[in-house]
Design a protein around this ligand. Structure first.
Ligand code: ZN
Length: 125
């Protein structure tokens, strides 16, 4: 059985970074090895791994939306997610979105409405 060496000779150094919880921006203890980090100067990268605290606080009632390129993250409540995104809630309660989608989402979410239980009235257009 021939086994392909996958790019082992490509780089000698490993690029190590600490993972950040996308919600609270705290280190979640995860160490990331990723050659792509070479392009970025930051030591910390956003991961979809939410720390336990935030999991309990946010993902118990909402879904995390993550735009990895811009490191933006928002949490939508379950019902809001269903309404706005129109797909079933992902199993891990984490969903990657593209930048343009995140732009739209950011405008749809009132900034002061952080994890509060105010019910938004739908805008009539
Ligand atoms: Zn966290």
């Amino acid at each position: 059985m021939a086994r392909n060496k996958s790019e082992e000779s490509c780089g000698t150094k490993s690029h190590v970074a600490m993972g950040l919880c996308p919600i609270c921006q705290q280190e979640n203890g995860e160490v990331i090895l990723d050659a792509r980090l070479q392009d970025s100067l930051c030591r910390h990268v956003m991961t979809p791994d939410v720390c336990d605290e935030c999991k309990e606080k946010y993902l118990s009632k909402g879904v995390l939306l993550l735009a990895p390129k811009s490191c933006r993250a928002i949490v939508l409540k379950d019902e809001a997610f269903r309404e706005m995104i129109n797909i079933p809630i992902p199993k891990g309660k984490v969903c990657f979105v593209k930048e343009p989608a995140m732009d739209i989402l950011m405008t749809m979410i009132p900034k002061d409405n952080e994890a509060s239980s105010t019910e938004d009235e739908p805008c009539s257009t």
